[in-house]
Ligand binder design. Structure first.
Ligand SMILES: C[S@@+](CC[C@H](N)C(=O)[O-])C[C@H]1O[C@@H](n2cnc3c(N)ncnc32)[C@H](O)[C@@H]1O
Length: 219
């Protein structure tokens, strides 16, 4: 059953997301998704799948559980999945802060444009870490506050309330890269810039435990 989860019920944002995201998907999203997901295998958990942009990029070898708390997004993801007919992908309704999965049960956790919107980012990262196996990786593509430009950083601060209202709770000025760095004892990572120079995004994979993955993951 699909139910509205607390604070995760953005009917209009869900209805518009496919259209709003077309320019970004064309410009860099497709390439980033291909790079992040194209070589995955084993058990994969994607958090906040939205309308299912990532579905088409998963290899058939990956055994994927895609989660989404918002019933309106979930409905669209279900439709896209039915049209694609990918038997290796299963959809579940869940918030990342409270994942209904066992500890150390996934080889990879995937997050694309989600950590900006979650209510409790620190808990979300802790949950991602909990469900990952010891040698698992977090693969992410997230936009971040532009700390390199005073103007654009402040611009992001300024528009945050309106942006959040329009964008399903998205906090455009979040320092998500730093939040992952704070968990550096658990996630080893390096980020590569992408997106626009005004509103940067980072895409990367992060190993659950440090040095080995830091090397393995460098591209
Ligand atoms: C900007 S959309 C991105 C959707 C999708 N990941 C993509 O790349 O197209 C943000 C998504 O994060 C989801 N989200 C928000 N809060 C969440 C939470 N606490 N746990 C999991 N997903 C969440 C929203 O419902 C929405 O589907």
């Amino acid at each position: 059953m699909v139910s509205a989860q607390q604070g995760k019920d953005h009917r209009w944002f869900a209805a518009l997301w496919n259209t709003i995201s077309i320019p970004g998907e064309r410009r860099f999203g497709r390439q980033i998704r291909q790079r992040l997901l194209g070589d995955l295998d084993g058990r994969v958990l994607e958090i906040g799948i939205g309308t299912g942009h990532s579905f088409a990029y998963y290899p058939v070898d990956a055994d994927v559980i895609a989660t989404e708390p918002d019933p309106h997004m979930l409905k669209r993801a279900q439709q896209r999945l039915a049209a694609l007919g990918s038997p290796n992908i299963e959809l579940r309704q869940a918030s990342v802060e409270q994942l209904p999965f066992e500890d150390a049960s996934f080889d990879h956790v995937v997050s694309t444009l989600v950590l900006c919107s979650v209510g409790d980012q620190s808990r979300a990262l802790a949950e991602a870490h909990r469900v990952l196996k010891a040698d698992g990786t977090l693969r992410f593509w997230e936009h971040i506050r532009n700390d390199k430009s005073r103007f654009w950083g402040r611009f992001q601060d300024l528009i945050r309330p309106l942006w959040s209202w329009l964008g399903g709770g998205c906090q455009i000025n979040r320092r998500t890269q730093r939040a992952i760095e704070v968990r550096a004892t658990r996630f080893a990572y390096s980020a590569r810039p992408c997106g626009t120079s005004q509103i940067p995004t980072v895409s990367r994979q992060a190993g659950k435990y440090s040095s080995r993955n830091a090397c393995v993951n460098r591209r």
